[in-house]
Ligand binder design. Sequence first.
Ligand code: MN
Length: 130
Amino acid sequence: MAGEKILIVEDNPANMELETDLLEVAGYIVCQTTNAEAGIEAARSEAPSLILMDVGLPGMDGLTAAGILLQDAQTQHIPIVVVTAHAMKGDQEKALDAGCAGYITKPIDTRAFAKSVAAFIAAAQSTLER
Ligand code: MN
């Protein structure tokens, strides 16, 4: 839904710009962080509707950060979607095992990206209401 806040944790400037542009065009408010530690802080302080989490980050990796957020009572309800290279099947399995809502593969499909995010938010909200 337009107006909802999305937190992006991504250290690659080109990916950050592309994801941000696609979400802002779709009406989302984007909060950006470039490492896992700042992402965890922002998840707590900004209370986003969804987190897009890169896996390869400087310092703590995105899967570890996702695990921390999903075990924290303050943030465990926020859906986390891992953004990972198409070939990294192992990371995708680890993300689902950790309780992430799903994954989106890079390179980003620019036509599907915002719709995928909307679908993940809707799915998470319907789970909460059940
Ligand atoms: Mn990265």
